[in-house]
Ligand binder design. Sequence first.
Ligand code: ZN
Length: 374
Amino acid sequence: MTLNISAAFDSGNIIVESADDPSDIRLSIRKDSESHFYQWFHFRTTGAKATPCTFRITNAAKAAFPKAWDGYRVAASYDRETWFRVDATRYENGHLIWDHAPEQDSVYYAYFAPYSMERHADLISDCLQYDGVSLDILGASLDGLDIDCLRVGEGEKTIWVIARQHPGESMAEWWMEGFLARLLDDEDEVALQLRKDVTFRIVPNMNPDGSRRGNLRTNASGANLNREWGVSTAENSPEVLHTIAAMDADKPVLCLDVHGDEALPYNFIAGAEGIPGYTEKQANNLADFLDAYKRASSDFQTEYGYGLSAPGTANLTMCTNFTAHRYDCLAMTLEMPFKDNANAPDAVVGWSPDRSAQLGGAALDAIADVAAQV
Ligand code: ZN
């Protein structure tokens, strides 16, 4: 069997420059649709069992976030369930390089453990098996995929939780799995109470087109959805247009937008401090949420994160700023690492699907803590 590399599948992304010599496999990452962004990769290598291979991504330096490669280790899997990190990953002279001798005939490599659209379909169907869960289709993407929105709970206040505006941030949908699993657990007192007190509107994947196409940041038309709030059009970003229409009809008291950060090896939250008219109530609710999330998960912290925008200067085309401003609610962006949590590193898996899911479950405690005040 000769060495072969392919990416013609859900969320696949790689361009093979040369794969004749296993010790010098040269690859590049394809750009996002209609865009200059790129960073997400996901491909399969076959025919290299027990062969020492050196993989080299030659356009790593011009990726969207070159700082992402410092301290980064590539994710790999044989069975597409368990993803481990390849220690011999390094960033040298603008190339992302890793050495690996696959133990099996087929091995997958990815920027982070992928979350496929098939798994997304399973997640939605699984949730709908529970009493009290219903599904709304907010609209269609440009590729014609449904924008799925789950509805859970019967309270008067509405909490919106959305993920994966940036499709390459697959940890955001792993987070959603953990969040939904706990929210639907009939033996979890926190979940039961929350489902009485509030109604959740949950969009586990805001960007199905970009997810399936293997993009890092954009949808099919090259739009970065988290720069489209308030400026979205049916031609460029129907995903955001339809979501805002649904929010206008069912306004959030809390909106949580889940992401991954390429560079920072921590879990953190960015608030809407820079919006015009930011209120003391919003600030107090944010402080309480952050404290409660820290208590609920040792993987969450508030020491490291983004700098604050100066008052009145926030970019209102981002979901968190837009929703905080338009609905006068508590709005937050959660960021998880691609690399690892540097406060609690895991040598084998780094930051992982399981850890993302646990952090998702823990978010219920923080939401419960502020639900009465928001
Ligand atoms: Zn993001």
